[in-house]
Design a protein around this ligand. Structure first.
Ligand code: NAP
Length: 332
């Protein structure tokens, strides 16, 4: 009999998640039946969408999330023992699964392709959902051209740090916006962004103006709110805005809406929201391209790794408060 540990919801989050909102419980798993496999978590992902969608998890249910897991028992020939999978099993140490189908919007369980010597944790980051979010959400929606000016908010995080580097690969001038000067140094010195602005700087508006003398052609928006309103004012005519997320509002539902219509109309802007699973039919194209760019030295990555299943909630809250550079991961 396999014993799993899992986080269940005790109380819906109100503002920043608290240690008492979730509880770790043990569960005895039943034997694996025909068509099923047992997977043991190796890395858990903590992502902003988990805060945005937390209200959808009923009290008493396992908290949502994706993990890299190793198949240790199997009665499903499509998921053999020894393979690693990425699956939306929630925050739990062991899971029994058929591989799918899952609730709408969630992907089926996918087998990790050859990592070619790269760490398996990357399949939760640059070689997984965040990497594909950057690849498809930026290239398909912003359609960047060489020489254009691209602004990325949430620039030092899992998605934003990849978007900025892809924009550089495409020959654009890139300005990253993030919440600390240390993150800014990493963006400019290591990832070769052209410029960085700290959104906590009281001179944010002036700096944005100064660094975008030719205006902004593409904006990849991870944060929403005031930062994004300021960027919209700098957009050029026919500019493109890829709306990826709005982390500035996830802990605070009392959102003060800004007026975007003025810039949208008079600059004839195109703003498009997306969910990365729209591209599930091209999933491995994104992974293989990002892997190739890593191998060629054109894409760099960073991970902020927290050790121990029992520290998952802490890792999640740290990420929501900007504690991560690159992808926030929990290693079991
Ligand atoms: N549409 C999709 O399919 C899709 C897929 C994946 C992710 N997303 C979205 O993409 C965004 C980034 O996700 P990620 O996984 O790459 O997370 P991440 O950027 O690695 O981590 C979250 C970061 O958000 C920043 N942040 C927190 N509160 C903020 C605030 N009030 N204002 C500005 N920044 C704030 C923090 O960095 P600082 O230190 O810079 O504050 C923190 O490190 C999120 O909005 C997420 O929901 C969307």
């Amino acid at each position: 009999m396999v014993k799993a540990k899992k986080y269940i919801v005790q109380k819906q989050f109100d503002g920043l998640p608290k240690s008492t909102d979730l509880k770790i419980v043990e569960e005895e798993l039943p034997p694996v039946k025909d068509g099923e496999f047992l997977a043991e978590a190796v890395y858990l992902s903590v992502d902003p969408y988990m805060r945005a969608l937390s209200d959808t998890v009923p009290i008493g249910e396992t908290f949502l999330g994706t993990q890299v897991a190793k198949i240790t028992q199997s009665k499903n020939p499509d998921y053999p023992v020894g393979k690693y999978v990425v699956g939306p099993f929630g925050w739990r140490t062991h899971a029994i699964s058929t591989g799918g189908p899952f609730a709408s919007g969630l992907p089926k369980v996918w087998i990790v392709p050859d990592p070619e010597g790269l760490p398996l944790s990357l399949f939760l980051g640059i070689l997984g959902m965040p990497g594909n979010t950057a690849y498809f959400g930026f290239l398909d929606i912003c359609k960047p051209k060489p020489g254009e000016t691209v602004v990325v908010s949430g620039a030092a995080g899992a998605v934003g740090s990849i978007v900025g580097q892809i924009a550089k690969i495409k020959g654009c001038k890139v300005i990253g916006i993030a919440g600390s000067d240390a993150k800014g140094k990493w963006l400019v010195n290591d990832l070769k962004f052209d410029h960085f602005i700290n959104y906590k700087d009281p001179k944010f508006t002036e700096k944005l103006e100064e660094l975008t003398p030719k205006g902004v052609d593409c904006y990849f928006d991870n944060v929403g709110g005031q930062i994004s309103s300021e960027v919209l004012h700098r957009m050029n005519k026919q500019g493109r805005i890829s709306v990826c997320g709005s982390i500035s509002s996830y802990n605070d539902r009392d959102v003060k809406a800004g007026v975007v219509q003025y810039d949208m109309v008079f600059k004839q802007l195109k703003m498009e929201g997306f969910v990365v699973y729209e591209w599930f039919d091209r999933w491995f194209e994104g992974i293989e391209q990002n892997k190739k760019w890593i191998k060629e030295g054109k894409l760099k990555y960073s991970e902020t790794v927290t050790k121990g299943f029992d520290n998952t909630l802490k890792a999640f809250v740290d990420m929501l408060q900007g504690g991560n550079t690159g992808k926030a991961i929990v290693q079991l």
